[in-house]
Ligand binder design. Structure first.
Ligand code: TMP
Length: 212
């Protein structure tokens, strides 16, 4: 648990799952309840981590191997946690992050085959015993997500370029994470109109965190 007055909620999922739209809906909803919300993202979310993001999301798919990618992700995450997330929680804000460590588990772990125990060792080093209070994993077929993502990004398409087989492993990975940690994670069927997904997200947050 985040261990402060605030709450730490993460949204996870493959490419084009609709996380940023759903985060905006959720933040608006929580603000209407009088909750002070901070929205952030990974990789990035602090000035230093945004610099690392550029290295990660631009350029050719094979620019980094899974090990280097995982190290860069956790370097960015450490900075984001210390400079953005923890201070916001200490102020009593609810922090909603577009991705966190489950993305490393899914993309570098399940996607690239970087060993799970190494990811957990890096997690211990960079994050310690801190964890999200709630993780919502938006799940949809790979083809649907990649088609949505293709019309969006500009220069940030390094991961999208890795191909359908890679992204299927990522999807399977997220589903495995949700199954392994049901107390923290809720798997949300995101292959539906955005209003339906919004209702599913709000229902999960209400059930798990008692707001709404
Ligand atoms: P975004 O498109 O959701 O902003 O995320 C940028 C890309 O970074 C996305 O393709 C997923 C990838 N990523 C990882 O591979 N591992 C991670 O730990 C994180 C946070 C993101």
């Amino acid at each position: 648990m985040a261990g402060t007055n605030g709450r730490f909620i993460t949204l996870e999922g493959g490419e084009g799952a609709g996380k940023s739209t759903q985060i905006r809906f959720l933040a608006d909803h929580l603000r209407r309840q009088g909750i002070d919300v901070a929205m952030t993202r990974e990789p990035g979310g602090s000035p230093g981590a945004e610099l690392i993001r550029k290295l990660l999301v631009e350029g050719p798919g094979d620019a980094w191997d899974g090990t280097t990618e995982a190290l860069l992700m956790f370097a960015a995450r450490r900075d984001h946690l210390e400079r953005t997330i923890r201070p916001a929680l200490a102020r009593g804000q609810w922090v909603i992050s577009d991705r966190f460590a489950d993305s490393t588990r899914a993309y570098q772990g399940y996607g690239h085959g970087f060993a799970h125990e190494r990811i957990e060792a890096l997690y211990q080093l960079a994050v310690g015993d801190f964890a999200p209070d709630l993780t919502l994993i938006l799940d949809l077929p790979v083809e649907t997500g990649l088609a949505r993502a293709a019309v969006r990004h500009g220069t940030e398409h390094r991961f999208e370029s890795l191909g359908q087989v890679f992204h299927q492993r990522v999807r399977d990975g997220f589903r495995a994470i949700a199954a392994a940690e049901p107390q923290r994670c809720v798997l949300i069927d995101a292959d539906a109109p955005i209003e339906t997904v919004r209702d599913r997200v709000l229902q999960a947050v209400t059930q798990r965190l008692g707001v709404g």
